[in-house]
Design a protein around this ligand. Structure first.
Ligand SMILES: Cc1cc2nc3c(=O)[nH]c(=O)nc-3n(C[C@H](O)[C@H](O)[C@H](O)COP(=O)(O)OP(=O)(O)OC[C@H]3O[C@@H](n4cnc5c(N)ncnc54)[C@H](O)[C@@H]3O)c2cc1C
Ligand code: SF4
Length: 334
């Protein structure tokens, strides 16, 4: 790992100034669970790290509001997952955190930087011996002829089919979350659906954030569908593993009929993926097993499998179906 300069600002304004002073090659550091990992693998080599992890003003959580839930970007994943109102009224959000990584990691890692984690594609992480357009633009893509079992069915390009690996972003997307940022140009708000880019011909550019933009908070509009929601995650082992397929769903039922439907997919796409196709199958229907199954199939109608990941089409459809049936049960109980 190359040597770097370490800076610890005491306010967000100082952090922004330190970023401007540091210039190219400067990175914000929060829990370090992604960044140090990538530095050890040589996939990231920052010259200056600005440690924002102790900026307590950016760690506040307020889920008591009637219009929106507010999560400071530097709140710990474990603290947010344990929030009482979230567990009661938005189980999909708390489950997406509970099912991510391990308890030790969740105690370190923060909810804002969680959105910025990078792909687990083995070639990206494996080093310079592998061509990888994300790591070394223009070098090619080792996954095209290599192992693509974990790769994307949706949103891939010729240049890259790496999956977006996180869980929390999938649940946030289902609830139309917005992220707020601060930079020398002031504050701005970005709908989560616009935060992550599809790879296209520039898979190295993963989000629309500028390098000097500090994530300060995540806001989630309150929703009556929150209680009847779930984050359903299927993985190779039952804990401490990334999603093969996942679904964040939320529904509102009136007299058994779906009047609001939210479906987002994880583990199967190059960015967090909302499925309007599944949602439109559900709206206005009684949420029977057959309707849930048709919604699951609709979510994957546009899937483009590679050589080893075709099994995720059926697995993904079943994941959505099962998630909808869990949400229905919760709707009936609430
Ligand atoms: C073994 C392992 C298993 C994991 N399993 C899962 C899993 O199953 N599901 C899942 O969702 N995640 C999983 N993760 C990922 C983990 O959740 C993320 O590493 C973590 O959430 C990142 O948060 P952090 O605070 O450690 O970020 P850091 O590593 O400190 O930073 C991550 C990125 O965000 C940038 N950054 C930090 N703070 C800010 C800020 N305020 N504004 C702008 N940029 C910022 C950094 O520069 C860096 O690029 C796993 C990680 C590991 C190591
Ligand atoms: S799929 Fe993307 S991240 Fe993986 S090797 Fe290809 S270009 Fe790199």
């Amino acid at each position: 790992m190359q040597r770097f300069t370490y800076v610890r600002p005491s306010t967000p304004a100082e952090a922004i100034r330190a970023m401007a002073d540091g210039g190219p090659g400067t990175r914000f550091l929060a829990g370090g669970t992604t960044l140090f990992d990538l530095m050890k693998l040589g996939a990231e080599a920052p010259r200056t790290l600005i440690d924002v992890s102790r900026l307590d003003t950016l760690a506040r959580v307020d889920t008591s509001g009637s219009h929106e839930l507010i999560f400071g970007a530097l709140a710990r994943m474990s603290d947010v997952a344990a929030d009482h109102r979230l567990r009661e009224d938005y189980p999909a959000l708390s489950e997406s955190l509970d099912k991510a990584a391990s308890q030790q990691l969740r105690n370190m890692a923060r909810v804002g930087p969680n959105l910025l984690q990078r792909t687990r594609c083995a070639y990206f992480r494996g080093g310079e011996v592998f061509p990888c357009n994300k790591r070394a633009p223009g070098s090619g893509c080792a996954a095209r002829e290599g192992l693509d079992r974990g790769h994307a069915l949706l949103g891939a390009s010729d240049a890259c089919a790496a999956v977006y690996p996180g869980d929390w972003a999938i649940a946030l997307l289902a609830f139309d979350a917005v992220v707020d940022t601060l930079s020398p140009r002031g504050e701005r708000s970005i709908p989560l659906r616009e935060l992550h880019r599809e790879p296209g011909s520039t898979p190295d550019l993963e989000t629309v954030l500028a390098p000097d933009e500090l994530l300060v908070r995540i806001r989630v509009p309150t929703s009556q569908a929150g209680r009847a929601s779930t984050y359903h995650k299927i993985r190779d082992r039952e804990s401490y593993a990334f999603a093969l397929t996942s679904a964040a769903v939320a529904v509102r039922l009136e007299g058994g009929v779906v009047t609001e439907a939210r479906v987002a997919l994880g583990g199967v796409a190059t960015r967090p993926w909302r499925s309007p196709e599944a949602e439109s199958v559900l709206l206005g229907q009684f949420l029977t097993e057959d309707v849930a199954r048709r919604a699951g199939q609709a979510a994957f109608a546009a899937a483009k499998p590679g050589r080893q990941n075709a099994f995720k089409v059926e697995l993904g459809a079943r994941t959505v179906t099962d998630a909808l049936l869990i949400a229905r049960r919760r709707a009936e109980q609430s």
